[in-house]
Design a protein around this ligand. Structure first.
Ligand SMILES: Cc1cc2nc3c(=O)[nH]c(=O)nc-3n(C[C@H](O)[C@H](O)[C@H](O)COP(=O)(O)OP(=O)(O)OC[C@H]3O[C@@H](n4cnc5c(N)ncnc54)[C@H](O)[C@@H]3O)c2cc1C
Ligand code: FES
Ligand code: FES
Length: 1337
């Protein structure tokens, strides 16, 4: 077939406007095109791999045959623009904006406080918007499904769900509340009727109604174009790739014959990531999206035939329809497929991914292939240019080898499902993933059995697994051996044994978790065994005995419920003037702009003339000498401006301990060695791959804490705190326990990756730096030292940060300095935005910790002595590791008074990327160890853990371990209130009753108290400054030294200024933070940002007000504008700086004492969970949090911080797992491998209440900083899981576990609930065998 050399015009619409792209590049994705070509930067880039939903947009397509328009959400980062011919795209900018009208979805997410940093918000908006375009009255289930592909790292999801819920009419109620009441019924959500307690964070009544008639229509021009297609084959030639779109099946067949190796791109969800992340490359790509045969659906008596081009979402809808119309025995395969289609990826991916692409991409964990295999799906294929009716299928042989697909078979056109109405055939499917939704399965299976008629003798059996090999694997041999066996326990036991023998998994198998995966394989078969028995029973109740209630519970999956909850806080004094916003739940200052996509983040700024893009080359060795760097090939590539190495640094290349560019030596995998600056990021990245570095490996390579201890590799000296006489106390206790517990690290996963833009100016060496950093002054400092220039030439601007959580304190300064060297060398502006994978690899995270303990206690649970030892894995440079270990020690006692206590701690230096600050800063790790031994003591004393906790808690005014006096009154209050709010005693009883009835599912409940000390150990860290200008029109501009990270600091500062100046908030504006306006700032960290900057803003405003007072008293009835003008005419300055010197704080480590913290935040959380002992899954049933926030300046912001931190903590303690190779290579470099909580992981019931009538004289307006503390309360979920595991172990006659490591993943839970299946799996002898991954704590 002759190929057109000319490139066709690509025509599509974006937000109602026609786009004609004359040079469409097949390598360009929609996200890039929107952001960089069309300047529509509302759609965000966060993971680039379809996993986070930040780039969600709506695509609408018109089908000229059916004349129907369909709307669906997609992940723009995986949509090649060439696939958009004839499509209409709607982005967040297209649905509303602040200049014309905002859309109800945008309004409700903002006013409902569903946005903090705002980086995820446009994606959330577009997911809900698309839902409403398809279902203006959605159900709760549809809402949850629509959000399940979107991640948010800040809010904890509850307010986002609430905003979405506001579109659900009560007629589509979930009936999920107790007593069948609707979860939308707000009357249910009222706290007890106390006059000073409020429960309303926003006014629902203010919301504009949804009016579907106002939405953008599908462009009529596009309809006409699609009805009268001009051209047959469309061809788009790019720099490296040609994209061909045939219009008929014949053309497709010819193309496939001409280019047998060209892939067919349907959803691009498998091919796209392969090309982007794995370097797979095809010069020709064929897109069969217009071939109607690939989209055909036909239903006959024999079965269902589905075009291979149908999306998984379409397949799901078709199957959901079919199962309602056919008798149950005919739909077993369909139901199994449907079950997995509900959890396979998020809706964006299901809308894109095709059935054919799914089958052929042969992912090792394909959820559908095992079912298609056992369900004997038949594939119609095209081969050698011919469309064959024939058939690859039956007995799972359709799971094609790559060779078959590439050479013999051109493509799959259709999949045919034959419907068996044999009542003796049974098909089921099971999967287990790290979390409920949007996570790849660890293991999945499709199983089918056919009995000889009227018997339970196996006539045929198929078991296929995913997750146990490089592709779907078939337990063929085992199945053959089981034919003729009766469906009984003997068969079950033999089946398990045979499967384990047949499906071997070496200890070094990629993915690790070998014992768990093998256990799951046979646990699933057990499920199937019971499932079949249950179905037999249902069909013939008299012929087959029923399953016991205990066994039935094995078959029950956790239902997906919509979260609901109540938030209560202290009302403002009724006498407070209405314009005084302090204490009111004011919406985030940028909330609406987040929701419309108008909020500008660092990488949203337009590209400047001559701007260059930076891609870094990182070390592939953990410890090696750099022998040579050869950049010649890279430099020869198009668009490459320069390659920058350590030699190009004009000033200091970092410090001896922490280099910016590696110098002579590398000390971890992921260390920056050099950087390529080019005219586009794509060019920079391509060139970076061509830089050749020769290394000489060095010894030792230290990866784990144990390695570091062995090599005496430490950062800083050991730190110690001690009180009482520990040795003596151990002599007079009833019992002593000793143990250790391992605590894994955590990735910050701020949704906006590290981003910086360095703009050198023409004169005087001045530089502007736009950076996503929580420490602008440190960034300025780093750049000044690196370039050898004075700080007064450098202005660091931070408008807003898309989440930071500690990860953008030191690291962003280093990265800015790396970019500054490139800008210095090239003389051009340089943009340096890390891809998610590089960000996770390079920037480190929370410190993993190894805790050892020896505890002496009395039989009544009173702890008399504790000797504790901590080591953290600091990685390869000091960063903040010494401080983190200090904090871990200072805060480790949590809420407990241990009279004789010694704690020692040390940071280990290893060859991992350097770990850094992270929300909670050592407390979540250190206090976790404390709660571990509290639980262990309770277990040893046969007492409920809460009894031991309460017994050992501080009760009266006392001194902490570092001898700082404090009053625990509010700690006790929180504890009791939490007990009361959660109905702890009755629910503990209910949990026990549940557990008595259930062997395979267990519930656990736990209540954890918290004493969190806020702040830094040095006075000067608390200083803050502000600058307030009043202009002659009366408007006010506030600047302060804090950074808006999503935590609402700017909103609070406006509230402060409003109160102090006695002006409505509408008069006050807060622009960006920069180092020219407010110099020498301290990092916005340690929960103190609003406290200290609030004091500075207050100080400036009070100065101004004081200056105006004489004028006001002369004209008390004047207006603000009149007073301001009068002041101006009297030459009174209308600008004032404000300053807060800081709290007194000191720590003497020699003496082990210090008054460090200005105040403490107290709290308590009670969580209840249910675990599935057979799979390790768990479900968060309910959490109640009580916090002592004193008087909250903004309850919406503070409750948002508590909820968001709690969910981040829940991730830390139960889900998020970093995996490293034995050589220290981080495997988990994206949300595909590293799971963070998504909307379906939060507690079904989630209540937060703030204590009322409490005081904190130290902080502004008696408030408290709440940024970090909620994180630790996530541990209540961990200890609830531990409680459930303890119940399971007790019932199984096993000794209690004294410690479970964190996180409590499904693997840990399953393997702790030892049973006949775990015991069948041979113990792994790891001697001489290298595991795939190792724990580094
Ligand atoms: C974020 C994310 C989450 C995911 N989660 C899951 C999950 O939980 N469970 C799961 O099972 N999978 C999951 N996947 C994998 C997903 O199911 C597959 O990527 C998808 O089904 C592939 O379909 P596609 O149309 O996008 O294929 P494409 O990427 O378009 O193509 C993939 C391959 O299939 C070939 N191909 C496509 N159509 C045909 C055809 N008709 N005939 C012959 N060859 C063809 C192409 O040539 C190409 O080689 C996930 C993927 C992503 C990106
Ligand atoms: S950026 Fe596209 S899904 Fe994450
Ligand atoms: S608001 Fe969702 S990621 Fe920040």
């Amino acid at each position: 077939m002759p190929r057109s050399k000319e490139t066709d015009e690509l025509v599509f619409f974006v937000n109602g406007r026609k786009v004609i792209e004359k040079n469409a590049d097949p390598e360009m994705n929609l996200l890039f095109y929107l952001r960089k070509t069309l300047q529509l930067t509302g759609t965000k880039d966060s993971c680039g791999g379809g996993n986070c939903g930040a780039c969600t947009v709506m695509i609408s397509r018109y089908d000229p045959i059916s004349k129907k328009i369909s709307h669906f959400s997609v992940a723009a980062c995986l949509v090649p623009i060439c696939s958009l011919y004839g499509a209409a795209i709607t982005t967040v900018e297209g649905i509303g904006n602040t200049k014309t009208r905002i859309h109800p979805v945008q309004e409700r997410i903002a006013k409902g406080h569903g946005t903090q940093c705002g980086f995820c918000t446009p994606g959330m908006v577009m997911s809900i918007y698309t839902l409403l375009r398809n279902h203006p009255q959605p159900s709760t289930e549809q809402l949850m499904e629509s959000l399940s592909g979107n991640l948010c790292r800040c809010t904890g999801y509850r307010p986002i769900v609430e905003s979405g819920k506001s579109f659900i009419s009560s007629s589509s109620c979930c009936q999920m509340n107790e007593k069948g009441r609707c979860c939308l019924d707000q009357k249910e959500n009222k706290p007890e009727n106390k006059s000073n307690v409020c429960a309303k964070l926003y006014e629902k009544e203010e919301f504009q109604p949804l009016d579907p008639t106002q939405e953008l229509i599908f462009p009529p021009e596009l309809m006409r174009m699609l009805e009268n297609p001009q051209k047959k084959i469309l061809t788009f030639h790019g720099e490296r790739i040609t994209w061909i779109i045939p219009s008929t099946l014949r053309e497709l067949l010819e193309l496939k014959t001409e280019y047998p190796n060209a892939p067919l791109v349907m959803g691009n969800t498998a091919l796209g990531p392969d090309m982007k992340f794995k370097g797979v490359f095809y010069p020709i790509i064929i897109s069969p999206a217009r071939i109607s045969e690939l989209l055909a659906i036909s239903k006959t008596k024999e079965g269902l035939t589905l075009g291979a081009g149908l999306s998984l979402a379409q397949v799901k809808t078709i199957l959901a329809d079919v199962v309602t119309k056919l008798p149950e025995e005919k739909t077993q395969t369909y139901r199994a497929l449907l079950k997995h289609l509900r959890t396979l990826a998020g809706p964006q991916i299901r809308n894109m991914a095709s059935l054919g692409g799914h089958i052929v991409s042969r992912q090792p964990i394909s959820d559908l292939n095992p079912i298609l295999g056992v369900g004997k799906c038949i594939l119609n294929v095209a081969s050698k240019g011919e469309l064959l009716n024939s058939l690859i299928g039956g007995n799972a042989s359709f799971i094609l080898t790559e060779q078959t697909m590439g050479k013999k078979v051109n493509f799959i056109s259709q999949s045919h499902f034959a419907e068996s109405d044999n009542p003796w055939e049974f098909v089921s499917a099971f999967r287990q993933a790290p979390c409920q939704q949007n996570a790849l399965a660890v293991v999945n299976t499709g199983v089918r059995v056919l009995f000889k008629e009227d018997t339970t003798t196996i006539a045929d059996l198929n078991i296929l697994y995913g997750g146990l090999g490089p592709t779907t694997v078939n337990a063929n041999k085992s199945c053959r051996q089981l034919i003729g066996r009766c469906w009984d326990e003997g068969m079950l036991n033999d089946a398990c044994r045979l499967v384990l023998e047949e499906i071997a998994l070496p200890q070094s198998a990629p993915g690790g978790m070998v014992a768990y995966r093998r256990t799951l394989a046979i646990s699933f078969f057990f499920k199937f065994y019971l499932d079949v028995l249950q179905q037999l029973r249902m069909r013939d109740p008299r012929g087959y005995p029923g399953l016991s209630k205990t066994l039935i519970s094995v078959l029950e999956d956790f239902p997906l419920a919509i979260p609901q909850g109540m938030q209560s806080f202290e009302c403002v004094d009724p006498q407070q003037p209405p314009h005084d916003p302090v204490g009111r739940p004011i919406m985030h200052q940028s909330g609406i702009k987040h929701a419309t996509g108008e909020a500008v983040f660092c990488d949203d700024m337009p590209v400047l003339a001559e701007e260059l893009f930076l891609a870094v080359v990182t070390s592939t060795r953990p410890h090696a000498r750099i022998i040579s760097i050869d950049a010649s090939e890279a430099l020869a590539l198009p668009g490459v401006a320069d390659v920058i190495t350590a030699q190009d640094v004009p000033g200091n290349n970092g410090s001896e301990e922490e280099r910016l560019y590696a110098q002579d030596e590398v000390i971890c995998v992921g260390q920056i060695v050099c950087a390529v600056a080019a005219d586009s990021y794509a060019h920079a990245k391509q060139a970076a791959k061509k830089v050749k570095i020769v290394y000489q490996d060095l010894e030792p390579v230290i990866v784990t804490i144990q390695d570091a201890i062995q090599h005496k590799s430490f950062i800083g000296p050991e730190k110690k705190l001690e009180q009482g006489n520990v040795e003596e106390a151990f002599q007079c206790v009833d019992q002593i326990i000793e143990g250790e517990v391992h605590f894994g690290g955590q990735e910050h996963f701020y949704m906006e990756t590290q981003s910086v833009r360095v703009v050198p100016k023409k004169e005087d060496k001045e530089i502007d730096i736009y950076v996503s950093s929580q420490d602008a002054a440190f960034t300025q400092d780093m750049v000044a030292c690196t370039l050898g220039i004075q700080k007064n030439r450098i202005n660091c601007h931070v408008k807003r940060v898309g989440g930071a959580f500690g990860g953008k304190a030191s690291k962003s300064g280093l990265l800015a300095a790396v970019a500054a060297v490139a800008a210095h060398k090239t003389g051009c502006p340089v943009r340096f935005v890390l891809e998610r994978g590089d960000d996770m690899l390079i920037t480190g995270g929370r410190h993993p910790l190894l805790g050892k303990y020896k505890i002496g206690f009395m039989n009544n649970g009173k702890i008399k002595a504790a000797d504790i030892d901590y080591h953290i894995n600091g990685g390869c440079t000091p960063d903040d590791s010494e401080l983190v270990i200090e904090y871990a020690l200072l805060k480790m006692e949590n809420a407990y008074k241990i009279p004789n206590l010694r704690v020692r701690g040390r940071a280990c230096k290893t060859n991992l990327p350097s770990n850094t600050a992270f929300r909670g800063f050592g407390f979540p790790q250190g206090a976790f160890v404390t709660e571990t031994w509290m639980t262990a003591v309770a277990s040893k004393c046969h007492l409920p853990p809460e009894t031991v906790r309460e017994l050992n808690m501080y009760k009266t005014i006392d001194k902490t371990i570092h001898k700082q006096e404090f009053d625990p009154k509010n700690l006790i209050k929180c504890w009791h209130k939490c007990m009361e709010n959660s109905s702890y005693s009755s629910r503990r009883k209910a949990v026990e009753e549940f557990n008595q009835q259930s062997f395979w599912k267990k519930r656990g409940i736990s209540i954890i108290p918290m004493k969190f000390s806020v702040g830094f150990p040095k006075t000067f860290y608390y200083q803050a400054a502000a600058l307030v200008h009043v202009y002659t029109d009366g408007s006010v501009l506030v600047a302060h030294g804090g950074v808006e990270l999503g935590q609402g600091i700017n909103t609070k500062m406006i509230q402060v200024a409003s109160r102090e100046l006695q002006l409505p908030m509408s008069y006050i504006h807060l622009g960006e933070m920069n180092t020219m306006t407010v110099p020498n700032t301290i990092a916005t960290a340690a929960s103190t940002g609003a406290d200290v900057n609030g004091k500075a803003v207050q100080n400036a405003c009070q100065t101004l007000r004081k200056r105006l007072e004489p004028i006001i008293s002369q004209n008390p009835n004047g207006t603000w504008e009149e007073w301001v003008n009068e002041a101006f005419t009297q030459s009174i300055s209308l600008s004032a700086t404000g300053y807060f010197r800081g709290y007194e704080a000191h720590m003497d480590w020699e003496k082990g004492e210090g008054d460090i913290y200005p105040y403490f935040v107290f709290g308590a959380a009670c969580s209840e969970v249910e675990i599935d002992c057979l799979t390790g899954a768990h479900k968060n049933i309910r959490t109640d949090i009580v916090m002592d926030a004193s008087f909250s300046i903004n309850p919406a912001v503070d409750i948002g911080q508590i909820e968001g931190a709690f969910v981040q903590g829940l991730g830390l303690y139960t889900l998020e797992e970093l995996k490293y190779s034995p050589e220290g290579v981080l495997y988990t470099r994206g949300p595909k491998q590293y799971k963070l909580p998504s909307v379906t992981d939060i507690p079904e019931e989630f209540h937060v209440s703030l204590l009322t009538t409490t005081q904190n004289p130290k902080a502004i307006y008696s408030s408290k900083g709440l940024g970090e503390s909620g994180m630790f309360l996530g541990s209540s979920v961990f200890f609830a899981i531990a409680d459930a595991v303890a119940a399971a172990r007790k019932e199984r006659g096993l000794a209690p576990l004294l410690a479970m490591n964190s996180p409590a993943t499904p693997e840990q839970i399953r393997m702790a609930c030892v049973d006949q299946f775990t015991e069948l799996v041979p113990q792994i002898d790891s001697e001489g065998c290298k595991p795939w991954s190792i724990p580094v704590a």
